[in-house]
Design a protein around this ligand. Sequence first.
Ligand code: IPE
Ligand code: IPE
Ligand code: MG
Length: 242
Amino acid sequence: MNNDEKLPRHVAIIMDGNGRWAKQRGKIRTFGHKAGVDSVRSAVSFARKRGIEVLTLFAFSSENWNRPADEVGVLMELFNLVLKSEVKKLHKNDVRLKVVGDTSRFDAKLVARIHEAEALTANNQSLVLNIAANYGGRWDIVHAAKELVAQAVSGQIQASDIDESLFDRHTSLSELPQLDLLIRTGGESRVSNFLLWQLAYAELYFTPTLWPDFDENAFASAINDYSARQRRFGLTGEQVDA
Ligand code: IPE
Ligand code: IPE
Ligand code: MG
């Protein structure tokens, strides 16, 4: 049976639970972040194999700056190291890497590394991997509003030109297929300021599995759950079936 129609084109994941995973093992929180890198690798490889077009991973939220300074430091260092060590392999596997979020707060070396990785992989086709770093859903919406106001003030557009489609074009991920499925690991049933605008009609999947334990089987279970759902977009079930 060809199940392609039921396969999500764009999946986003809130990778939560690293700290608790480490704590369960009597280790410090950052041990969990390091273990989480293996789950990132396996999620990317699974997404490619299954033919998912876009994978968006929440790596660091705009609120995560408020964590203890040493934890923030380790997360930044890890991001740097992973970029350095993994980009070649991503490129070889035809993966296009993009970073979404407000990178202005990152140090210059990290920003340069991000730009290099994006440029190197820009024409790759197998999978788009978006890393959301210093990302906040409210930031994304305000950022779009600011761009539109600037265009209105300079006379490029009229206020009456602003509709959902134009607004959408100023938000992150707008050039990609719409978000189909949001997965959150770690057991919390909240979106923690992730893709607020883009979530409008996404399917939500919450699992107690902690991120470092989220392997290919766990990802496959989420996809199977999604495939069994009927997305109605406001219509009746009968209309969708017709
Ligand atoms: C998610 O794991 C990773 C980041 C937020 C960077 P946590 O660090 O939030 O892990 P828990 O939720 O404390 O277990
Ligand atoms: C969300 O997890 C952010 C990331 C996974 C990067 P948090 O652990 O920061 O979310 P809250 O604080 O529990 O809502
Ligand atoms: Mg957490």
